[in-house]
Write a protein that binds this ligand. Structure first.
Ligand code: GTP
Ligand code: SPV
Ligand code: MN
Length: 594
């Protein structure tokens, strides 16, 4: 497919190591994808779903020990440990290449090596960057075809350039003890071995578009962020764009596709989705920040997705979709997950591939008793989304009016607050915290600091990353305002107080009103919060101005506790935390103690 020497010699070198039976280039054609789907169905790697209800949709189950990203086995292999920082795991690149080479050795024996040329961003646009992934998994190929722009035109756009990200994936024995997701930002290289799950192996996503891209962004003066991008259209037809960073499984896909509450819908407001997970952001000639979504599809959390919570996401999954680790309803050959509806299938296979009795479901032990794994996912085409933005394929992206940070906090963080300026906004991002979720292996529900929702995804030192945010701020004459939200405050019984989902639009409306200078706010020790009556609660059942007041309270004692925790976290991040952020921390503490 190409004469590109850099591509060919690298593929040869990798093939010599992994030793495939044959090499197949993915050309992006429907015929080839069809043939691969048929092959995967014949081996059981995929199961075709009911063609009437789910045309061209498939079910896949990964190994039971391979169901989420593995942060403890993810490494940033810069030449010096200092450049990877204290938050990342680090391995010396030479040592890592040697170690993994042994695991890769002959691992493709009897298998096919698929060569996937892919573009993150619209092929040929100024924003776009090219990668080539080598994999032994048809599942990976078919996911990459949905999630990225794949095929001949990509390799043509690369021409004879050596500027591409080299990604090698081998399922190998899927051995947890020898699972490694390794990044070599200085070599534009990603090596992944012994997994076949999502973010570990769809190398264009977290590995390239965040870890490698954040490294490139710092070098080249732009930003790669774990953010959704949405456009909010008012009745006059003006669209304002917002990006938002929430940690994994904390509501990005839901916010990106939200359906406005009735009062706004009737008035003519609309929400458009540009992206649901990743934003690449640059300063435009007009001095504003412009963002693109480098992906071409959605790898979304299935549980909790239903007609009411996220109708648009649900519709996006109705054709050309791959479901991973959901529950299989054998009666009609469809899929099901907790939170889809109140009718769990009676004749079903769970995510582990076993016969499933829904009456044994125990909320306290989801992994072992649920039909679908808590981190089960759908891989769906962006163009199937009913609310996809007309700017989805824009070459220059969309201009940002606001940036939002947010976490999953039962207490402490209010429903929404606004930072005082870019530097304070960077501070607000840097002190983000959230309860851990099933998106990564490990304990769920533990509060940890997750700056800018990028803790697992920054491809270099976290302190340098903060400094990059501050440096970017100096280059943006018309910077977006920065906010923080929390949809997840709970009452004493542990119930969410805020209705969330579509009603989050009520908070977005306040945010945009602030950006337009149309509404006042109350200054507090942490930043500006709304006057309770400025959050529109018309048409909301059970939510009063007092509820909003409660959601906006700032409890000094728990914030002071947080301050101590932030100090410890900054200390852990180390020497490169910018002085400006320590200044902001001192201001916060002083404000709280006033
Ligand atoms: P990743 O794909 O892992 O990056 O996740 P994400 O940030 O896109 O999260 P997603 O939108 O898929 O939501 C994850 C979980 O949070 C789902 O179970 C949702 O139902 C739930 N969720 C999303 N938005 C809200 C909200 O506003 N309120 C509440 N209570 N739950 C929400
Ligand atoms: C996340 O965990 O933030 C995801 C899913 O979007 S994965 O692709 O597995 O990283
Ligand atoms: Mn994500």
């Amino acid at each position: 497919m190409t004469n590109n020497k850099a591509v060919l010699s690298w593929i040869n070198e990798m093939a010599e190591m992994v030793n495939p039976d044959k090499i197949v280039w993915i050309d992006g054609s429907e015929e080839q994808a069809d043939a691969l789907r048929a092959e995967a169905c014949s081996t059981g790697e995929l199961e075709a779903l009911n063609p009437e209800l789910y045309p061209n949709c498939y079910l896949h189950r990964t190994a039971v020990n391979d169901v989420a990203r593995v942060e403890h086995r993810t490494f940033i292999c810069t030449r010096t440990k200092e450049d990877a920082g204290t938050i990342n795991n680090w391995m010396d690149p030479k040592e890592c290449y040697e170690k993994l080479s042994k695991l890769y050795k002959n691992s493709y024996k009897g298998k096919t090596m698929y060569v996937i040329p892919y573009s993150m961003g619209v092929v040929g646009s100024d924003f776009a960057k090219i990668g080539v992934e080598l994999t032994d998994s048809i599942y990976v190929v078919l996911n990459m075809i949905i999630m990225t722009r794949v095929g001949k035109n990509v390799i043509e756009a690369l021409g004879d350039s050596a500027d591409f990200v080299k990604g090698l994936h081998a399922t190998a024995d899927c051995d947890e003890e020898n699972r490694y997701i390794c990044h070599f930002p200085e070599d534009n290289t990603i090596w992944s071995v012994n997994s076949a799950y999502g973010g570990n192996v769809l190398l264009g996503k977290k590995c390239f578009a965040l870890r490698i891209a954040s490294y490139l962004g710092r070098k080249e003066g732009w930003m790669a962020e774990h953010m959704l991008i949405l456009g909010l259209e008012n009745p006059q037809g003006e669209i304002k764009y917002i990006s938002a960073a929430f940690p994994s499984a904390c509501g990005k896909t839901n916010l990106a596709m939200l359906i406005p509450p009735e009062i706004y819908k009737k008035a003519g407001y609309k929400v458009w989705t540009v992206g649901d997970d990743i934003a690449w952001i640059r300063v435009g000639e007009d001095g504003r920040l412009w963002a693109v979504n480098p992906e071409n599809g959605f790898f979304g959390v299935a549980p909790g997705t239903n007609e009411h919570s996220n109708y648009n996401a649900l519709m996006t999954t109705k054709k050309n979709c791959i479901f991973t680790n959901v529950c299989h309803d054998l009666d009609n050959n469809t899929v099901w997950w907790e939170g889809l509806d109140n009718n769990p299938p009676k004749n079903a296979i769970n995510w582990k591939g076993e016969k499933w009795d829904y009456t044994t479901y125990d909320k306290a032990d989801k992994v072992n008793t649920s039909g679908a794994h808590p981190n089960s996912r759908f891989t769906a085409m962006a163009t199937n989304c009913p609310c996809i933005s007309s700017e989805f394929n824009s070459l220059k992206g969309v201009p940002l009016t606001a940036i939002i940070f947010g976490g999953r906090r039962a207490k402490t963080a209010p429903l929404v607050y606004e930072s005082r300026n870019w530097q304070h906004g960077t501070f607000v991002g840097s002190i983000m915290a959230s309860e851990t979720t099933a998106a990564a292996a490990g304990a769920v529900g533990v509060v940890r600091r997750d700056p800018m929702a990028m803790r697992p995804f920054v491809g270099y030192d976290m302190g340098d990353y903060f400094a990059h945010w501050l440096a970017m701020g100096k280059k943006i004459p018309h910077a977006p305002k920065i906010f923080h939200v929390n949809w997840f405050r709970t009452d004493d019984e542990g119930h969410f107080i805020w209705p969330g989902f579509g009603d989050n639009m009520r908070v977005l409306m306040w945010i945009l009103a602030r950006c337009a200078g149309e509404v006042d706010a109350v200054e507090t020790p942490i930043g500006f919060v709304p006057k309770a009556e400025d959050i529109n609660i018309e048409g909301l059942d059970g939510v009063t101005v007092d509820t909003i007041r409660e959601l906006l309270t700032i409890d000094t004692a728990s914030w002071l506790e947080d301050v101590e925790n932030i100090k410890a976290f900054y200390k852990q991040v180390g020497d490169r935390v910018p002085a400006e952020l320590y200044d902001e921390l001192a201001v916060l503490e002083a404000n709280l103690k006033k």
